[in-house]
Design a protein around this ligand. Structure first.
Ligand SMILES: O=C(O)C[C@@H](O)[C@H](O)C(=O)CO
Length: 272
């Protein structure tokens, strides 16, 4: 049985766009984070007027033109597959604006939403400006692309990163959580994980659990699934032979990523 925290692809045609995934506040139980993944055939368009949310439009694969008012970002996007492992282009748009996404080539576009706390300029986040980071050692190594980290003030509440975890490795590990609004020790951030696998028939395991185990779900997650993390630790383990990619959207009352490691497993970080 699929966990209430796991969403299989929807693949619903809506106008010219295929809605591949849709995790919106109305039905996800989340208060801050929304996520939509759309597929566009060449020349197809998707339009949306943002109400109270800001949005980061990530050109996951393919090339797209993003328009907001007089801002036109033509032919952005850098890769045919996320597993080319190069950073991609994104556009940040504040609440109340109308966005149009038109595909130049067949494209998959991630729309990452969170509350728009104050108006901010529409901005291209160019692939060349996306910081790449190696984290961890041994089987805890992974690569992170910081699309919209908390050090970048372009957004009012939204945080977006993408993570590559190689065959046999673990990421979001040692397990950490960010579910207490208790800065400077910990921030409260909800999170969604959009997963892809190479090759596609692979799977990863993701566990979402709290200290008291009132929440404790371990999921076999497949290509195209979304995992919702309302609270708790949320490590990912990748079986031998497969490479994992995931796109994280995070948001909460304060735009700071301050996590707390599970004390039972924090020793992992202290190895020579
Ligand atoms: O470092 C990682 O393995 C990625 C995670 O930090 C992931 O982005 C996350 O869990 C954020 O809270």
């Amino acid at each position: 049985m699929v966990s209430h925290l796991q969403r299989k692809p929807l693949n619903e045609q809506r106008g010219e766009a295929k809605i591949v995934q849709e995790v919106m506040k109305q039905d996800s139980g989340l208060q801050y984070v929304g996520f939509r993944l759309i597929g566009l055939e060449p020349g197809a368009a998707y339009e949306e007027t943002l109400a109270g949310d800001e949005c980061c439009i990530v050109a996951l694969t393919g090339r797209i033109t993003v328009t907001e008012g007089e801002h036109v970002f033509a032919g952005i996007g850098t890769r045919e597959s996320v597993f080319e492992r190069k950073a991609t282009d994104s556009v940040f748009v504040s609440g109340g604006k109308t966005i149009r996404v038109e595909s130049v080539t067949a494209a998959q576009v991630a729309l990452c939403y969170s509350p728009s706390l104050h108006p901010l300029p529409t901005k291209l986040i160019a692939a060349r400006d996306v910081g790449s980071e190696q984290r961890g050692k041994y089987q805890n190594r992974r690569t992170v692309h910081n699309i919209l980290p908390d050090s970048d003030p372009s957004a009012s509440s939204l945080l977006v990163v993408e993570v590559y975890t190689d065959s046999g490795n673990f990421s979001s590990y040692p397990p950490h959580k960010h579910d207490r609004d208790n800065l400077p020790d910990e921030s409260f951030l909800e999170e969604t994980y959009y997963h892809e696998l190479d090759p596609k028939q692979g799977f990863v395991f993701q566990r979402v659990y709290t200290d008291d185990r009132s929440l404790d779900e371990t999921m076999a997650v497949e290509h195209g699934d979304v995992v919702i993390v309302p609270a708790g630790y949320h490590p990912v383990g990748v079986p031998d032979g497969y490479t994992s990619y995931y796109l994280n959207v995070m948001a909460g009352p304060t735009r700071v990523w301050k996590f707390h490691n599970d004390p039972d497993h924090a020793w992992i970080l202290d190895r020579d």
